[in-house]
Structure formats: C-alpha cells, structure tokens
Design a protein around this ligand. Structure first.
Ligand code: IPM
Ligand code: MN
Length: 352
C-alpha cells in the first residue's frame, strides 16, 4: 500500500488511520506492507517537482493508495492539486469518486429535525472528465479583450461506465434501491443530454432499481430539506465536487467525510475529503474519523469486509459515547486520542 500523508493536517490524520489498520489487520489475519511517499508542498518547494515520474512508477506497483491531503499555503493554487491529486486520479483511471454521506448517531448537525435514520446515501462522482479535464484556453490573455474558455468534456464511454458503477452499487447496497441522476438538463443541454440518454439506456439492465432525476440546484435544496429521499446519486465531476462538500456538512463536517477514488480494475485511492487545513496543522486537534473511514472504504473495496465493518462499529461507538463534538478542537480529545479510542474498541471486540 502506498501512503501519501501529504500537507497540513494530512500526516496527523493518516497516522490515526494507520493505527486502526494495524489493529484490524492483526485481528482479521491479513498482512499489509506500506511504502511512504513524502509528496506535497514541502517537496515541491525544495525540488520544484510535485510528483516525480520515478515516484509515480513506484506508486503504480502498489495495490492501493492511502492519501491524507494535498494543498500548501506557499504554493500557488492548482500546482499540487493538478500535479499530484488529479494526476493520480486521471492517470490511474480512478473513474469513480465514491463519497458516502451518512450521519452517525450522537453527531450534532445544524438540521435538528433530521437524524441518522434520514441521512445515509452515497454520491458517485465521475472522476476523470467534465470541467476537470483541463480543456480550454485563453485568447488575448491580459488584455481588456481577454477570453477564457473552460470546457466540460463528457465521453459516452466515461459517462456510461460511471453510471453502470452507480447502478451496481445501488443494487449491492440493497437499501431503497433508488438511483438519482443529478444534472442540469435545462441549461447544459449537450452534456446532460448525453448523461440522461445514457442513464436511460443503462437502466434497462436494472429493472429492480428505481430511477429519478434532479437538477443540481434543486438537489442541493432536497439534500437539506429531505435528505431521506436519496439512496445513491450519480453525477459529473464538478457537481459531484460541490454536492459532496454539502454532504460533508450533513454528516457533521469535514472531519467526518471520506472518499474513494475507484478504478475497479486497477489501483484505487482513499482519502479524507476535507483538505490540508493548514491553520490546524501540527496541533493534534483535527478529527481523524474521516481518515479512519477512508480506511474502512479501502478495506471494503479490497474485499476485507469484516474488518471494514468492525471499523465502522468502532467509529459509531466512539462518536456516540466518547466524543463531545466532531469539529477540530471540539472533540474533548486530541486527534491521536480519538485514534486510540477507536483502536481500543477494535482490540477489545470479538472477531465475528
Ligand atoms: C476534492 C477536492 C479536489 C477536487 C481539489 C483539491 C482539486 O476539492 O477532492 O473534492 O476539486 O476534486
Ligand atoms: Mn472538493
């Protein structure tokens, strides 16, 4: 396994995830070896390189990647994001970005009348195309007549494989069995016409799954007003980025939100989605639960489902019984103490 702790608070939360991984691998009898890569802002400042090719070649030999966070206040925006995070996602063809939105019991959120029975859905975000593909350019840059074009690239193949993944996931989850396409067919008439037609075609093979469609703006409203209406949502890269930050707040905040960048046939990458939070770095106060839930997603994806379930049980217990809050500095415990509480529960539990 490749471990990229990254920038800011990344190393602190990854340390807690590795502690948990160590506890469950011992208990459930699988072995892992780790290769640590110190990529990020510091390396970039020293060498001018975000992801050296020989490092990438070495990462490609791993089975999975565990990533902390990328982003550094001294490096211009986009350099590390494109040079590391998006390069890994794109070149490893991790075409699904899977982001569960699940409110655990005992976690306080701003919506007082919604509980953990109402908020439990998964966003399947297309992860290699759309506005993120980098297509476009400038004309007359720096002049009063400057034109900047940023195009959304949507291929039939890319859209179809993502939608198919979402239908399969919806079937596997076996909950409401409802898949919602999130788009903007009333304005983005080309891109989301392709999405909608493909959605209909793929749906033919899944008669057991109920389908629904929502424009992204309306969907944001429903996410707050009636989050219980969602089971699985599938959407493009940009909308997926936006609605999963909203989703993070629905489950308590950035310290709770994990994501998987999935290539079903290749190397997948798992990360807390919150970013490097430079203002909290080095203080041992951020919430490591997102990072630990990223480990859960990793083990679930790799087929170690019992160990993954154990991690979720431990997280549920610690959230409901131990933590005072889920925001940085509000937990009543430090980052590493929260990791210790989760590990302690795992060690004391019986293997089922
Ligand atoms: C995310 C992040 C990234 C994205 C940034 C850091 C490039 O916001 O993983 O959601 O926009 O995809
Ligand atoms: Mn984002």
């Amino acid at each position: 396994m490749a471990v990229i702790p990254g920038d800011g608070t990344g190393p602190e939360v990854i340390a807690e995830g590795l502690k948990v991984l160590d506890a469950v691998s011992g208990k459930y009898g699988f072995q892992l070896s780790f290769h640590r890569y110190d990529l990020g802002g510091e390396l970039y400042k020293k060498t001018g390189e975000a992801l050296p090719d020989e490092v990438f070649e070495s990462i490609k030999k791993c089975q999975a990647i565990y990533l902390g966070a990328i982003g550094h206040p001294d490096v211009p925006p986009g350099v590390l994001e494109k040079g590391i995070l998006l390069r890994l996602r794109f070149e490893l063809d991790q075409y699904v970005n899977l982001r569960p939105i699940k409110l655990y019991p005992g976690v306080e959120i701003p919506l007082k009348d919604k509980g953990s029975e109402d908020i439990d859905f998964v966003v399947v975000r297309e992860n290699t195309e759309g506005l993120y593909a980098g297509a476009g350019g400038y004309l007359r840059r720096g002049t009063p007549h400057e034109v900047a074009i940023q195009e959304s690239i949507n291929t039939k193949m890319g859209v179809e494989r993502c939608i198919r993944y979402a239908f399969d996931l919806c079937r596997r989850r076996n909950q409401a069995k409802k898949l919602t396409l999130c788009g903007k067919t009333n304005v983005l008439t080309y891109a989301f016409d392709l999405w909608k037609r493909t959605f209909k075609e793929v749906a033919q093979a899944y008669p057991d799954i109920e389908t629904d469609y929502a424009h992204v703006d309306a969907l944001c409203m429903w996410m707050i007003k009636n989050p219980e209406r969602f089971d699985v949502i599938v959407t493009d890269n940009m909308f997926g980025d936006i609605i999963t930050d909203l989703g993070a707040i629905l489950q308590g905040g950035m310290g709770m939100a994990a994501g998987a960048n999935i290539n079903p046939e290749g190397i997948s990458m798992f990360e807390p989605i919150g970013g490097s939070a430079p203002k909290y770095a080095g203080q041992n106060i951020v919430n490591p639960v997102a990072s630990i839930l990223a480990v859960q997603l990793m083990l679930d994806t790799l087929g170690e489902t019992d160990a993954a379930e154990m991690i979720e049980k431990a997280v549920i217990k610690v959230l409901a019984q131990d933590l005072k809050g889920v925001a940085a500095g509000q937990m009543g415990y430090s980052t590493s103490e929260v990791g210790d509480l989760i590990v302690e529960f795992i060690i004391q539990s019986k293997v089922s």
